[in-house]
Design a binder for this molecule. Sequence first.
Ligand code: BG6
Length: 488
Amino acid sequence: MKQTLSPSPGLDIVIFGGAGDLSFRKLLPALYMAHAHDKLSADTRIVAVGRQAWQTVDYLAFIDTHSPAFIEASEFDQAVWQSFLQRLVYVCVDVTSAASFAALTSVCATPCLRVYYLATAPHLFSQICAHLHSAGLVDAQSRVVLEKPLGTGLASARSINQEVAQYFAEQQIYRIDHYLGKETVQNLMVLRFGNAIFEPLWRAPSIKSVQITVAESVGVGSRAGFYDGAGALRDMVQNHLLQLLCIVAMEQPISLDADDVRDEKLKVLRSLRPMRLADVKRDTVRGQYTAGASDGQPVAAYLDEAGVPPDSRTETFVALRLQINNARWANVPFFLRTGKRLQNRRSEIIIEFADQAFSVFGKSETSEPNRLIISLQPEESIQLAMMVKEPGTGMHMHPVRLGLDLQQSSEKRRAEAYERLLMDVIKGRLTHFMRRDELEAAWTWIDPILAGWAELDDKPRPYPAGSWGPAASSALMARDDLSWFEEH
Ligand code: BG6
């Protein structure tokens, strides 16, 4: 690896897949926000790399048409946008051809800190890294950001990791999971480790169950090409839901240093009870949406979406029951659930506390267990469900929620996940990115589920768009005498 001549103040953010969906929907709007809020130094350039035989002016026209719709209207200012566009340069590169990288070398002639954002299909990652290296564009301070999905299983994830590692050291690699950039997800750590009241209760037997839901109301949209080969388990559970699980279940790290935090998350992943075939059969539910309604409008079945093969068995919904083999979580069931075309867009974590061993008030129809309800999106709130006295004569109880609206709790601007994570990359902060062993541990647990489904020839269960998934998902919880939150 070539060493840098000297630290240089300049910064190039080089985006491969510069004209792709992720770039114009997320990355450029996030960089615009950073620019608008003076977070990018004057000498920061954004170098978009794409296959299209465009000049920079064509790319600017493309971005100008597509990106502003993804910037909050109250944050969009035409003059600021025009000054942002001046940072952009477009380079046409065929990433499969080493010779084609000459165009990039000439644009990147001056040494500076370079962040390579690989927003392309993962099978191109190793080629891009190899060609960057041979073109002399990788030095000890370069960073590479790898978008998910990183592989389709343990074997492919390992081989991508191995190949990228030939050109970048682990501390130069930023494996992104945008859920780790969400304000509410980062806040989970503060909630757990910055408040004295939770720690003594955050364990078995005080906690009876944990449920984590990431529900989407959107369908597959225009992404069938990718999604049909992936499905909800690879697209959402392997990364976003397991990362949320790690933050809920991990021990307090010894510091906020990236490796200390990631060591603790790794321990959770390694403690997940492995899924044998019988567990896959009993503890997992796959679903696929049929025609129904979303926001009051009729919507098509997954099988009728553009680009989906008519006999596809890809799951658009998954629910899982899992256990963590350690003392803190002994016998506490964790339930994960995610799906497209569900009733609403809602991500939440519900911590259900154990029933009281004894209560002088006895059990009444209105009594409910204490629950901590952490809403990640669209609302950002924390609520504690508790029992209070119903006003009036007698001593009757009724449930109420003690609530904290996180959006109202500070006047400060809440940056979007991609903006926050891009700034972390620029500043060299790895805490909110996945380490190689963490990613591989997640796949190690996921692979047997995929294999189990294949072996069982498991067909996804139909569920109407606009519902909460197949009935089997409720049955999965009912076995433990529990129910999903919306069923309470
Ligand atoms: C992405 C998945 O990682 O996350 C998409 O590939 C999904 O399928 C998206 O729609 C959800 O992200 P968010 O931030 O809208 O919850």
